[in-house]
Write a protein that binds this ligand. Structure first.
Ligand code: ADP
Length: 179
């Protein structure tokens, strides 16, 4: 056994992302960045009012882009807010926009030299992106980032339900071993 085990680079887990101690957790926000339901509401509740105060200074975020703030009372040091696409049937560029969210998050991860980041399943709640379509897009972008960013040690996907975790596991198995 090594004294300093190398972290597993890509981890899929079930749980509440507000409990995750990473350099950053990702928020599936809306364009106002002023809080909402789902994971956004949970993150704001757990972080406390300082997060909303900082978000007010950002004046929103367009769909597909990302913004970084502090983590306040969260165990995570930062929150990276990104705005996923609303699913409108799949012919409005939703897949490309979802991929752009992940890339926008990783631009900030790189710029801030972050080593660990945890994601929820962006757009698959209130924004209705089918999970079976979102999971392979997410996993492709996460693996690409792990290859591209030498300082990035661990990416975790935190699925809220066992069913969602199953879909991600199947998508990972279908994608095969990393090349
Ligand atoms: P969106 O508007 O991008 O669809 P939602 O918050 O509605 O965002 O849903 C995104 C995903 O986050 C859903 O799969 C939902 O079940 C999940 N989710 C909700 N709360 C949490 C939480 N505390 N931790 C992790 N995932 C969560």
């Amino acid at each position: 056994m090594s004294q300093h085990p190398v972290p597993e680079p890509l981890v899929l887990t079930q749980g509440d992302i507000t409990r995750v101690a990473a350099d950053a957790i990702v928020n599936a926000a809306n364009t106002s960045l002023l809080g909402g339901g789902g994971v956004d509401g949970a993150i704001h509740r757990a972080a406390g009012p300082g997060l909303l105060a900082e978000c007010r200074t950002l004046h929103g975020c367009p769909t597909g882009e990302a913004r970084i703030t502090g983590g306040y009372h969260l165990p995570a040091r930062h929150v990276i807010h990104t705005v996923g696409p609303v699913w409108q049937g799949g012919h409005k560029g939703e897949r490309e926009t979802l991929a752009r969210c992940y890339r926008s998050v990783f631009e900030l991860v790189e710029r801030h030299g972050l080593r660990s980041v945890a994601f929820p399943s962006i757009s698959t709640g209130a924004y209705r992106f089918p999970l079976s379509e979102a999971a392979p897009i997410a996993l492709r972008e996460l693996r690409a980032a792990l290859v591209r960013l030498p300082r990035l040690e661990q990416v975790t996907v935190v699925l809220f339900s066992a069913e969602d975790l199953d879909v991600y596991r199947q998508a990972l198995a279908a994608a095969g071993a990393p090349s």
